[in-house]
Ligand binder design. Structure first.
Ligand SMILES: [Zn+2]
Length: 405
């Protein structure tokens, strides 16, 4: 969990669901910390973020909000409540006499990560209507501020906008503070490795599920292999051209791939993409469900790192926008996800865009289900219901020996 420190947690009540989605818990500071009296939000915020990081012993989110009057920019800014409290309604009327009444409500959320301030800002433009007498001197802004666009009541829109800004960064903040997970964290029982169906199949030491399902039709389904990676069509092949890219070593996910192997993984993905695009006319989707440690057995089929590859034209992102996510530049960004204690979903879209999503409570085979459903065969998502042996054999015959690094 991340922590958002706010002296007035009530202000976040309308955003409880967003905070839950971002895995942010809201707390009030356990003691008062003197605030820097500054007219700029960046200075006040940097001071507060540093002080709170020290108080809590780790980086935390902090906030500050206030009003900026166009006629006196950037006044009163972080000092809004102090200034308006002492001016009162008559003072504010005098202050705005003969000058513009345009104003902006701002909310700033900040994070001190050791040396620098990161911040996210939400603004709402409007004006102060000092002709209306406020119902209560303490409700000054709520009564007088008139936003240009209709928005959330109770002065919440600038906060909503700041949280929307924060959304694009929040997954990475989790990775910044999360501890690195060791492979040991993923092991439930010492014998787990020996039960892995991929290891049984790759090592050839026993009767594999693949051999049971395919019988005498194929001795092996491997279309490409080297010392670190193995490529083969999956069971439950609901369309020709689908592939699994496995690590030869039994590791829980591609986040745990030794960093030295990422350039070769990237090269292999490029070759596979070129070959599948040439053969099936569609640049493939690539995805992986990286498990959370200590996850109970049965949510995902196997804990042996495997990327799913399908030459299907389906936009996955619109189905996942409610999950925290971040954009990835290269495959090596997968190693950042070692710190994703809630697991992750990695998806590369048809156009090559790559994103990682919050992986908690992802239903079994979610992305396969989305693809199968979009392709008009929703009943085919589970391999036990639809083993897809014909498609598997066709894929093997089409691609064996065609992938070369
Ligand atoms: Zn394995």
């Amino acid at each position: 969990m991340l922590t958002l420190v706010s002296t007035n947690p009530l202000k976040y009540e309308p955003f409880a669901r967003d905070l839950e989605r971002f895995r942010i818990s809201l707390v009030a500071p356990m003691r008062d910390v003197p605030e820097l009296q500054s007219l700029t939000f960046s200075e006040a915020l940097a001071h507060k973020a540093q002080a709170m990081a020290q108080l809590f012993g780790l980086p935390v989110l902090v906030d500050d909000a206030g009003l900026i009057l166009d006629a006196y920019h950037p006044f009163p800014g972080p000092l809004t409540s102090v200034i308006l409290g002492s001016l009162g309604y008559p003072g504010l009327q005098r202050l705005l006499k003969g000058v513009s009444n345009r104003a902006t409500m701002e909310c700033h959320i900040g994070w001190w990560s050791g040396e620098t301030l990161r911040s996210w800002t939400g603004k709402v433009a409007g004006r102060l209507d000092v002709s209306r007498q406020p119902s209560n001197p303490r409700m000054l802004l709520t009564d007088l501020f008139v936003p240009d666009q209709p928005c959330l009541p109770g002065m919440f829109q600038h906060r909503a906008n700041a949280l929307a800004e924060l959304e694009s960064a929040v997954f990475e903040l989790h990775l910044e503070v999360g501890g690195e997970l060791a492979e040991e964290d993923f092991k439930r029982r010492p014998q787990a490795v020996h039960q892995c169906p991929f290891c049984i199949e790759l090592e050839g030491g026993g009767q594999s599920i693949f051999a049971d399902v395919i019988q005498d039709r194929l001795a092996s389904r491997i279309v490409y292999e080297d010392q670190d990676f193995v490529l083969m069509p999956p069971l439950g092949q609901f369309m020709e051209g689908g592939l699994l890219l496995l690590t030869r070593q039994h590791i829980p996910s591609f986040a745990n791939l030794p960093p030295v192997l990422f350039p070769r993984l990237e090269a292999l993905l490029t070759v596979i993409r070129r070959e599948l695009t040439a053969r099936y006319g569609i640049p493939p989707l690539v995805f992986e469900h990286g498990p959370a440690p200590q996850r109970s057995k049965g949510l995902c089929c196997v804990d042996h790192a495997h990327l799913n590859i399908f030459p299907a034209s389906v936009a996955i992102h619109p189905h996942l926008t409610q999950r925290m996510h971040f954009s990835m530049a290269s495959a090596s960004d997968l190693s950042k996800l070692r710190r994703a204690e809630f697991g992750y979903l990695f998806v590369q879209e048809n156009d090559g865009t790559r994103r990682a999503y919050d992986g908690q409570f992802v239903p079994t085979q979610l992305v396969r289900r989305i693809i199968a459903s979009q392709l008009g065969s929703p009943e085919r998502w589970h391999w036990q219901d639809y083993p897809g042996c014909d498609e598997l054999v066709a894929t093997y015959q089409a691609l064996k020996g065609q992938i070369r690094l």
